[in-house]
Design a protein around this ligand. Sequence first.
Ligand code: PHE
Length: 337
Amino acid sequence: MKESALGQISQVTEAAQLQDLRVKYLGKKGELTELLRGMGSLSPEERPVVGQLVNEVREALEAAFSGKQKAFEEAALFAKLSSQTIDVTLPGRPVPAGTMHPLSRIIEEIEDIFIGLGFEVAEGPEVELDHFNFEMLNLPKDHPARDMQDTFYVTEELLLRTQTSPVQARTMLKKEGKTPLKMICPGKVYRRDDDDATHSHQFTQIEGLVIDKKIGMSDLKGTLLTFARQMFGENQQIRLRPSFFPFTEPSVEVDLQCFNCGGHGCRVCKQTGWIEILGAGMVHPRVLEMAGYNPEEVSGFAFGMGVERIAMLKYAVEDIRHFYTNDVRFLRQFNRG
Ligand code: PHE
């Protein structure tokens, strides 16, 4: 029996067959088990002899079974490994990576320029109090200049900020009358405009504010000229035109010489040679006073520029809506590579 069992075990080719054989010999009703059971009918002299023999056979069979079992497992592992080989020399599949949004890039560039000039970067809430968006900027309720910016109101007192200028007031209050104060604030602003190629109900501004002793219009002009040259090239010219904002006096609008035509007049600048990029002025004494600064002792300038405007000029983008519709073919063009 031992010989025939060992012979069968060695010929088995599948794990399932091996299991069948194990049952056949060593199972509860297996041949070897039956032999052991039959030992009761043997004489006392025969019993140890037969017992030892049966044990020997069982050990031999068990060894054969587990040897074969191990061989099957190894074969299965080997088959798995060889079917799953990885060729590490193959080129990898490209992982599609996002690119930095052009507006974020422009904001970072502008921040870097002003940080280089000693400005700090501030932030303020997009859902703003009427108090900061208007009143602290010398625009009391019913002031006609409120109509300059059509506002999304949340409640009577709460609105979506129409400009980043409320951060001027917030920053001044935080500084508690201390000088120098030099900050810029990038952020989203909202106005009830109908969207078209040059208007968006939500767009981006960067506010700037400087307060110190003896700050004058020349500081404003020098700062903006330095900015324009770092942003658009060494020979860039700017032009200041008188304008009006309730929170600055005097107020100006600042134009960039059109770099498309060098100031000679073209489609981009509507034949004027100049392109408006921001509003600015000397901080109104009332605004200083309301925010805890003494206009007899200190003065300041402020400006607010449109980031989309600048991005459109720099990258020759013709429709502001491209920045918001997130067509990856548009966005990928700004990949730093
Ligand atoms: N807040 C003004 C606007 O949105 C721009 C501005 C900022 C003007 C600071 C003067 C000083 O039109």
